[in-house]
Design a protein around this ligand. Structure first.
Ligand code: FES
Length: 118
């Protein structure tokens, strides 16, 4: 069995305020990542699900950007208010949170196997 069943990558890339591309950090992604880590740890899931800080995921206009593997589901505009729902529905339940899926990356299955809790 693989060590981690899911990886949550949160872009925490920072750019100067004058950069026209913007960045996920300016949209609160560091707080988003901290909440993923906290929420997974509180549930004892940090041994089977990893929340990683990522560099730019090349979806800057849709930030804060979060991608979850192995499903390769891309979420955009993620805020701290969305983290609990993503943990409950997607990370644990295997259900895609459709309203947050980036339009450009939509079209995959809407359900995946839930976590195996042993
Ligand atoms: S800065 Fe986050 S995707 Fe590029």
């Amino acid at each position: 069995m693989p060590r981690y069943q899911r990886h949550v990558f949160v872009c925490v890339n920072k750019r100067p305020p004058e950069d026209p591309k913007g960045c996920c950090s300016a949209k609160g992604s560091e707080e988003v990542r901290a909440l993923f880590k906290k929420g997974l740890k509180e549930r004892g899931l940090n041994r089977i699900v990893r929340a990683n800080a990522a560099g730019c995921l090349d979806a800057c206009g849709f930030g804060a950007t979060v991608v979850i593997y192995p499903e390769a589901v891309w979420y955009g505009g993620v805020t701290t208010g969305d983290v609990e729902e993503i943990i409950q529905r997607h990370v644990i339940g295997g259900e895609v949170v459709e309203r947050l899926v980036m339009k450009a990356y939509a079209g995959g299955p809407d359900r995946f196997p839930p976590l195996r809790m042993e």
